[in-house]
Design a protein around this ligand. Sequence first.
Ligand code: UVW
Length: 319
Amino acid sequence: MEKQIPGVGELLKNAPKNWGRWGAEDEVGSLNFLTSAEVLRGVGSVKQGKTFTLQVQMGNPKGDPVWPGRDPSKRMNVLDEGHFLCGKGPAFPGGLHYADDVMFMYLQGSTQYDALGHVWCDGKLYNGYDAMSTIGGMSKVSVLPLAERGIVGRGMLIDMARHRGKTSLDPGETFTHEDLLAAAKKQGVTIEKHDILVVRTGWISAFYEKDRVEFYKNFVEPGLTYTPELVDWFHKMEIPNLVTDTIANEVTIDPVSGAALPLHIALMSYLGITFTEIAQLDLLAADCEKDGQWSFLYVAAPLKVVNGSGAPVNPVVIK
Ligand code: UVW
């Protein structure tokens, strides 16, 4: 007999929600935990002046590691020296030439912040906003309020790939908060309340190493997997932002219920935890292992896309 897959709302009927916690008009969710004191706690973790950027390259010849069904970004030259050679460039007094280009991309097609209203179930977005407000562009809980605010706090890197002795977790390989805590213990660190949680699986590097067709064949990602206890832990820890080097931050299909991406609803939509996906964490992780410093100041400014369901970002980490 075929397995009955529950609706995500049914699966999560007892899950905690932060709806209303910061008022009926709130659109930034758990970023409210990132107060000035949290910014200073992040600044306090700067010890060496080393900097890292976490965005993957856009327009890399290998393409972009996008969710199946989305197209990789495409950059096109509009104006270059060739145009001037053919007499098609604008003739400026003084002879200045310039280059122009345009890019087509999915807003979730690179390292990105998801809007809190990016996913929903049962007709309601984060904080109870009506899903009808997504029609023609998100008029509520778009990425804009997150971008207007910016994201600054103490980041903590947990390296699940190193913890499991692998360069990359395998397709469909799962882990929970218990595994995060075990990895933290091995790293000699403590995940603190309000930390921006940065989790490395090695998965995005597998995209650049593997053949594209092979990467997308029977596509399933590794990642966090749903348990009620995991959701309670994120709730209790008041995690403002979850950053990973996978395309969806969680295992593609919950192996227990069979539902796709239930943590998108439980964490992003119900608790208002912002999701940052497709981050490049390898250089940072290698450095953290070398110097034993796994916490840092994390600063991110997603682009201010009006009514956007997400926005590209190049987060900066300062150790
Ligand atoms: C989906 O929208 C399916 O996932 P993501 O959050 O990775 O963009």
